[in-house]
Design a protein around this ligand. Structure first.
Ligand code: ATP
Ligand code: MG
Length: 412
């Protein structure tokens, strides 16, 4: 992509109405646009990051047998009436005369919708187990939508639901999802802590959260220094300095962001929608379910909270909008054009700063703000060495790479 063709622009100053680092850097860099409190557009650069995260999530969900689908965002009242969740004060009611009469809410979760669908297809233990997921926009009337992508009123979620013939089978799969989630966050550059948490709206038993340590986090967790066992303060009786209930190590209090949450649902939804199957003994039984969520925007915001410096974002390569940021300086435009074409056609992801109306200093500042892993600079000076200058976003020093070797950059 050429910067001269990207309609968005970077900003030097932080937006006045944003207090969190992720919102400040993402808005300044032209990744997101704030339409309303807690409602953001993903601009071209930001959408590329979301797509990278979505791709990682899909790979890991598919590895544990998840099948992808897409449910409607408009959820009719009868679904939530069945589980007495219509009056839970989370959703936005959909506007419009007809819709109002029928009663629709903009979907804030989809247990009910999928359970009904599944009940039309499932009959026997032979149909179980299975798991289905979607990546979809959810709507929640959040009272505290002030931390950028961390808490939106409209946000993208990956929601997976699993269906089993027994609790035992659910717990087996629950563990597979846990491992898949840890892989997803690790691949996105986040070390998530598996944390025992409260039941929430969904279930009376414990749920489990994936927490990323960050000062901006709204959650407080206690983590064992030795074995990593963690509890959310909402359910914990522990305090800093206490002995870990698992290994006797020391528990430490931390602020953290919940990037994922998984829930054993038991038979709550299958009972509400009469989702039954005939077991091996020929008897009818209720399907046992689990549900598993990850916020894509919140994950992206967390990456920025964890990976930045005073000059801007430092994207992990796996989720960077582009691998390479190429800067053309005076006297090297033709050669820069050639490198851009060569890398683009070699399959590389390259953002080309070909703007004529920007100074070298402005281009360097934007390279740091946007935060691609590698910066290439080509100038009259580097051309004297028949080279291009290569610098990693994380390091201070740069190296010269011969022009004949630029395609080597695609190897990593
Ligand atoms: P929170 O406690 O932060 O309000 P939640 O427990 O209500 O979140 P879940 O229903 O568990 O949220 O949703 C699953 C995942 O969706 C969360 O782990 C988070 O990553 C994401 N998510 C939830 N609410 C929001 C939101 N308002 N904005 C962005 N992401 C969200
Ligand atoms: Mg949660």
């Amino acid at each position: 992509m050429k910067l001269s063709k990207l309609f968005t622009k970077t900003a030097k100053e932080n937006p006045k109405d944003e207090i969190s680092v992720n919102a400040q850097l993402l808005e300044r860099g032209g990744f997101i646009y704030k339409n309303s409190a807690g409602v953001y557009t993903f601009l071209p650069l930001g959408w590329r990051v979301i797509e990278k995260i979505a791709h990682i999530i899909r790979e890991e969900m598919n590895k544990i047998g998840g099948v992808e689908m897409l449910m409607p965002a408009l959820v009719e009242k009868r679904y939530l009436d069945a589980t007495k969740r219509w009056d839970v004060d989370i959703g936005f009611e959909a506007k419009g005369k007809e819709e109002k009469k029928a009663g629709f809410v903009l979907g804030w979760t989809h247990e009910e919708v999928l359970t009904e669908i599944v009940s039309k297809f499932i009959g026997s233990y032979k149909d179980l187990p299975f798991a289905a997921y979607q990546i979809q926009t959810k709507f929640r009337n959040e009272p505290r939508a002030k931390s950028g992508l961390l808490r939106g009123r409209e946000f993208m979620m990956k929601d997976l639901y699993s269906f089993h013939e027994s609790e035992e089978d659910l717990w087996k799969y629950y563990d597979e999802v846990k491992e898949a989630y840890l892989r997803i966050f690790h691949r996105c550059g986040l070390e998530a802590i598996y944390t025992v948490a409260a039941g929430g709206d969904f279930t009376a038993s414990n749920t489990h959260e994936f927490q990323v340590v960050a000062a901006v986090g709204e959650d407080t967790i206690f983590v064992c220094e030795k074995c990593g066992y963690a509890e959310n303060s909402e359910i914990s009786n522990l305090k800093t300095g206490d002995a870990c209930p698992k290994c006797g190590g020391e528990m430490i209090e931390k602020k953290a962001i919940e990037v994922g949450n998984i829930f054993p649902l038991g038979t709550k939804y299958s009972k509400a929608f009469n989702l039954q199957f005939v077991n091996e003994a020929g008897k009818k039984d209720y399907v046992v379910m689990g549900s598993y969520g990850i916020g894509l925007g919140r994950t992206m915001g967390s990456v920025v909270e964890v990976h930045h410096d005073d000059n801007g974002i430092i994207w992990p390569e796996s989720v960077a909008p582009f691998k390479i940021y190429l800067i053309a300086l005076d006297g090297a435009k033709k050669e820069a054009d050639e490198i851009y074409e060569k890398i683009l056609h070699g399959g590389g992801e390259i953002l080309y700063d070909d703007r004529d109306d920007k100074t070298a200093g402005e281009k360097f500042a934007d390279a740091d703000l946007i935060g691609c892993p590698l910066r290439l600079v080509i100038s009259a000076k580097t051309l004297q060495e028949k080279s291009v200058e290569v610098k990693s976003r994380q390091e201070r020093s740069a190296k010269l790479l011969p022009l004949t070797k630029v395609l080597d950059l695609l190897k990593y």
